[in-house]
Design a protein. Structure first.
Length: 356
C-alpha cells in the first residue's frame, strides 16, 4: 500500500501519563479508516495531533512525505467534524460553509456558490438561508460536514460526528457520509466506539487500546481474525477458552473445556507445542443440541440464561467454570430451557487462536 498519510512513532504524554505510546499508521489516498476503541484509548488525541491542535511529544505526521510539524491547524488543509464542533450560531448554513473559504481569501460570491453546491451534496439544498437553531441535529451535522469538505481538504477527520443523533438518523447519516466520501474520494479518518458503525463504514478498522494500536485491518479480517484477546473480546462477541497447543503442525489444541480441538493452521498466529493460547469461537458459529451432532466437535454445557431477541436468541451457559455463549436462531430456542444440560458444537474452521 502506498502511504498518503503517515504517522511515525507518535508518543504523547501528559505529565507522567502516557496517552499515546508509539503509534505508527499508514493511510492510503482515498481510504476510509475508522479508529475504534474504548473510552480513553487515545483516538481523539491521535486526531488532534494530526489536525495540529495538539503537539506530539515524539514522532511525526506526514502527508505525501511532507511533515506537518510546525504548521498551524488552519494551514494543514484538513477538514474536521467533531461531535461538539459547533456551527457559528449567527451565520446562516451557507455562511457557515463559506467560512473556511473566506479564511482562504475566496470572494463571497464565488464562495457562496461553492457552499451552495456543497450543501446540495449533503442533501440540504433549500436550507442555505437557515440559521443553526432552525436546523435539526442531523441537518446541523450535515452543514458541519459541508463546511469540512468545501475547501477540498487533503484529509477529513470525523470524531464521533453522529454521537448525538438518534439511531435512525445515525444510520441514515452513516450511509450519507459513506456516499459523499466515495464520491469525493477524500482520505478520511472516522472515530467511533460503535463497532457496527465501524464495521459497516470502513475500508479499514484500526483498533486502539491504552494508547496503542492493537490491530489494523479490513473489517472482516478484524472480525474473523482478531490477533489479540483484547480485539477478540472487543469486536463482536467471543468465547475465549483456555487451552494449550498439542500439535502445532497439524493444528490440534487441548482444552479442559473443549477436549481435543482441531483448527485450520492457515492464518493463525505462529505457535509451538505446549504454548498456552486462547481458543476463540464466535457464538454464532456454535450450535446447541440435545445430543452430539455427527461431523461436528461437541462438548457439554448447562444453560443459565436465554436472552430472546425475536429473530435470534443468545444462550448463556457454562461448561465447568467456563462461560459459554451461543447465538441460535429464534426458532431453535423453543426446545431449550434454562437449567438444561445440552451439547454445544462447532467445526474446525470456526476455531481461531489468540496468543497475546
Ligand atoms: N489535556 C489532557 N491532560 C491530561 N490527560 C489527557 C488530556 N487529554 C487527554 N488526556 C488523556 O489521554 C487519554 C486518551 O484520551 P482520548 O481523548 O484520546 O481518548 P478517546 O479514545 O478519544 O476516548 P473517548 O472514546 O472517550 O472519546 C485519556 O486517558 C485522557 O484522560
Ligand atoms: Mg474521543
Amino acid at each position: 500500500m502506498s502511504s498518503y498519510l503517515r504517522l511515525s512513532g507518535i508518543n504523547k504524554t501528559y505529565g507522567d501519563f502516557v496517552a499515546l505510546d508509539n503509534v505508527n499508521l499508514d493511510v492510503a489516498k482515498g481510504e476510509f479508516v475508522t479508529f475504534l476503541g474504548p473510552s480513553g484509548s487515545g483516538k481523539t488525541t491521535t486526531l488532534m495531533i494530526i489536525a495540529g491542535f495538539e503537539q506530539a511529544t515524539r514522532g511525526s505526521v506526514e502527508i505525501e512525505g511532507v511533515s506537518l510539524s510546525g504548521l498551524d491547524p488552519q494551514d494543514r488543509n484538513i477538514g474536521i467534524v467533531f461531535q461538539n464542533y459547533a456551527l457559528f450560531p449567527h451565520k446562516t448554513a451557507a455562511d457557515n460553509v463559506y467560512f473556511p473559504l473566506q479564511m482562504r481569501g475566496v470572494k463571497r460570491a464565488e464562495g457562496l456558490k461553492k457552499a451552495q453546491a456543497m450543501l446540495e451534496l449533503v442533501g440540504l439544498e433549500g436550507f442555505a438561508h437557515r440559521y443553526p437553531k432552525e436546523l435539526s441535529g442531523g441537518q446541523q451535522q450535515r452543514v458541519a460536514l459541508a463546511r469540512a469538505l468545501v475547501f477540498e481538504p487533503d484529509l477529513l477527520l470525523l470524531d464521533e460526528p453522529l454521537g448525538a443523533l438518534d439511531k435512525n438518523l445515525r444510520e441514515q447519516m452513516q450511509i450519507e457520509i459513506k456516499r459523499i466520501q466515495r464520491k469525493l474520494g477524500v482520505t478520511t479518518i472516522f472515530v467511533t466506539h460503535d463497532q457496527t458503525e465501524a464495521m459497516s463504514m470502513s475500508d479499514r478498522i484500526v483498533v486502539f487500546s491504552k494508547g496503542n494500536i492493537e490491530q489494523s485491518g479490513p473489517p472482516l479480517d478484524i472480525y474473523h481474525r482478531p490477533t489479540t484477546r483484547f480485539v477478540a473480546d472487543f469486536i463482536g462477541e467471543s468465547n475465549l477458552i483456555p487451552g494449550h497447543i498439542a500439535n502445532a503442525a497439524e493444528g490440534v489444541v487441548e482444552s479442559p473445556v473443549l477436549g481435543t480441538c482441531r483448527y485450520l493452521t492457515n492464518g493463525q498466529p505462529s505457535v509451538s507445542n505446549g504454548d498456552e493460547v486462547a481458543v476463540v469461537i464466535r457464538p454464532e458459529h456454535m450450535k446447541l443440541s440435545r445430543n452430539p451432532i455427527e461431523g461436528r466437535s461437541n462438548a457439554r454445557m448447562t444453560i443459565d440464561t436465554i436472552v430472546n431477541y425475536g429473530d435470534n436468541a443468545l444462550v448463556i451457559g457454562h461448561a465447568g467454570e467456563q462461560p459459554i455463549r451461543v447465538r441460535v436462531l429464534g426458532a431453535d430456542v423453543v426446545i431449550l430451557h434454562e437449567g438444561d444440560e445440552c451439547c454445544f458444537s462447532w467445526t474446525d474452521d470456526a476455531v481461531f487462536l489468540v496468543t497475546s
